[in-house]
Ligand binder design. Structure first.
Ligand code: BTN
Length: 255
């Protein structure tokens, strides 16, 4: 397995770094291509949401990967990315974060980073575009979401250097991507994710998927990263997509 070699293309403004990375992957870009933009005019989030990306307020990047792993464990790419971002924030800024399933990076209950992984079929085989949006300062915070989002600057009290974070991200991506593609990689990624997330087990959540919405206690991950939730009736349900919110003891829901 060749080592991942990031090659960075920088833009002042793009509609979406994910869209640009996908277009370059379709034209044959090698894995490791990383598109970074200072601003996105049509940034995209999970579940068809918009990702506000004002100029200079966040780190917006997308990396092309062409993993050599079983198709059944491709969902672990998104969990691996969350582990990478969580470790990079700690390494670059000493910021401690939590991971909400599958890949939101939180400080307390507030979102600091979102990850959007999109697969595409190209002439060189299936690729995945891993898009990462990290709020660096308050300008990045969507007003409509009230105080449910935060930024590195809000947490540390000083303006972060995005290059330090980019450097840490590449270093940790090389490490964890190598692990994912090794023989015991899938189990190791699940273990690494669970060790870093308070959502892995025993957390009371509400989860909404296209099929259903229910409340229960998280009970670990399946080998492909699916979330297990135990209902109040004692049944274990497994989710491969969905939106998780924390349920407070009083029954309030926190995004
Ligand atoms: C989410 O939490 O909903 C995922 C947000 C992902 C945002 C990033 S910013 C860089 C990349 N380009 C996009 O259009 N989206 C991702």
């Amino acid at each position: 397995m060749a080592q991942l070699k990031p090659r960075v293309l920088r833009y002042d403004s793009l509609p979406s770094t994910n869209t640009e990375a996908a277009s370059q992957a379709l034209k044959g870009a090698a894995e490791g291509l990383c598109i970074v933009a200072l601003e996105q005019t049509a940034g995209r989030g999970r579940l068809q949401r918009q990702w506000l990306s004002p100029a200079g307020a966040g780190l917006y990047l997308s990396i092309v990967l062409r993993p050599k792993i079983e198709i059944g464990v491709w969902p672990l790419i998104t969990l691996m990315a969350a582990v990478v971002v969580r470790d990079a924030l700690l390494a670059a800024y000493a910021v401690e974060t939590d991971i909400k399933w599958p890949n939101d990076i939180l400080v307390g209950d507030q979102k600091l980073c979102g990850i959007l992984a999109e697969t595409i079929d190209t002439d060189r085989g299936r690729a995945v575009i891993v898009g990462i949006g990290i709020n660096l300062n308050a300008v990045a915070l969507p007003l409509a979401r009230g105080n449910s989002a935060t930024s590195v600057e809000a947490v540390t009290g000083s303006a972060p250097d995005p290059e330090e974070l980019l450097h840490a991200l590449f270093h940790l991506l090389e490490k964890h991507y190598g692990v994912l593609q090794s023989a015991a990689g899938p189990e190791e990624i699940v273990r690494a994710w669970c060790a870093r997330s308070s959502y892995a087990s025993g957390k009371r959540v509400r989860i909404s998927s296209a099929a259903e919405t229910l409340e229960g206690l998280t009970r670990g991950l399946e080998s492909d990263g699916a979330l297990r939730v135990e209902t109040d009736g004692g049944e274990i349900k497994t989710f491969r997509t969905g939106d998780v919110t924390t349920v407070r003891p009083a029954g309030n829901v926190q995004t």
